[in-house]
Design a binder for this molecule. Structure first.
Ligand code: FES
Length: 348
């Protein structure tokens, strides 16, 4: 079991759209942990939700202020989960336990590309803002940075966090281009703002990037992954999402279904909520299973469906061969009905 790092909240401030920025200090953390703290990386927080159940959730590091002082941005969702509980309880001086820090997409991983397109949806902006701030700092000190185009999709203009910072950067630098696509508000198109989502026509007009970073909800990342592969077939694709797939909706009037999860290794049986994925069902029943992103990207919650009826949401890491052999991701798989037998310690 990894050591828990206790961080102390030194400052909080509110951003637009129900987003709060927490500045945390990792007092006394060892060098290995501090080295893992990177702008654009993420930290795994272990914190209760409103029911009092401790849960692990990942948040992007939006800025490093000092080697042990960093910021995360957390959006209130109204679902009474960990993010909402952080909003309600964390103040200056509060202690927040971290399980680990890690990085998937960092400045180092994309700075050697010439042209980078970032596609962000909603709170997925937290990764691009971290990278763009770092590039701005490098550029100010005369270093080479890639040409970055940020395409941000957001429901309403007034809810966009970090908007003024991004607009100012877009207006004052050569290397950064910023466009906002407003999905749920009737707006007049202008230089920086357009209604709707990025159209095929708009994307075809962009210069071919050599790297594309997609960040947003599971649905957003999945929808854009295929389109990006068609538009920019030669680009290296990076995806990050910490928002789980939404539960599949039943057609109106569909009969209620019940399901049970049977654990092949132990014979344990639990009643399953068919609106929750297998990962949530296991955690609700205090059965531990590895997980990180909760969004089908990292692959750490891989298991095997031995038998039973499930719904599978798209993921980003299993091959067709894996699926044919019964492998699945607990965060992307929903028990559908009847008995579902799963093997948690699934080897390849
Ligand atoms: S937790 Fe990352 S793929 Fe399921």
């Amino acid at each position: 079991m990894s050591r828990i790092i206790q961080t102390r909240c030194e400052h909080t401030h509110a951003e637009a759209g129900g987003v709060k920025v927490f500045t945390l200090r990792a007092d006394g953390a060892d060098t290995g942990f501090l080295d893992a703290l990177q702008p654009g990386g993420h930290v795994a927080i272990r914190y209760p939700d409103f029911s009092g159940t401790p849960r692990q959730r990942l948040y992007s590091i939006t800025r490093m202020n000092e080697p042990d002082l960093f910021e995360i941005a957390v959006k209130r969702t109204g679902r009474r989960g960990v993010s909402d509980y952080l909003h309600s309880t964390v103040k200056e001086g509060s202690i927040i336990p971290l399980q680990y820090a890690a990085s998937t997409v960092t400045v180092a991983s994309i700075s050697n590309f010439h042209r980078v397109v970032m596609l962000a949806g909603g709170i997925g902006i937290t990764l691009p803002i971290a990278l763009i701030r770092e590039f701005a700092s490098l550029s100010r000190s005369g270093k080479h940075v890639p040409a970055v185009t940020l395409l941000l999709c957001f429901p309403r203009v007034a809810d966009i966090p970090f908007l003024h910072e991004l607009l100012e950067l877009g207006l004052t630098t050569e290397w950064f281009t910023f466009r906002v696509f407003v999905t749920r508000e009737d707006i007049q198109a202008c230089t920086h703002f357009q209604p709707g989502r990025p159209s095929d026509h708009f994307l075809e007009a962009l210069q071919q990037p050599d790297a594309v970073v997609i960040c947003g909800s599971h649905t957003f990342a999945h929808q854009f992954r295929q389109r990006v592969a068609n538009w920019f077939p030669r680009a290296r694709l990076f995806a990050e999402s910490f928002t789980p797939p939404t539960s599949p909706s039943e057609p109106p009037g569909a009969p209620l279904t019940s399901a049970r999860l049977l654990l092949a290794e132990t014979g344990l049986v639990i009643e399953a909520d068919t609106n929750k994925n297998i990962l949530d069902n296991l955690e609700t029943n205090h059965i531990s299973i590895r997980s990180q992103c909760r969004s089908g990207i990292c692959g750490s919650c891989r298991l095997r469906i031995v038998s039973g009826n499930c719904r599978f949401e798209p993921d980003f890491c299993l091959s067709d061969g894996d699926r044919a052999n019964g492998y699945a991701l607990a965060c992307c798989t929903f028990p559908k009905s009847g008995d579902v037998t799963i093997a948690l310690h699934a080897s390849r």
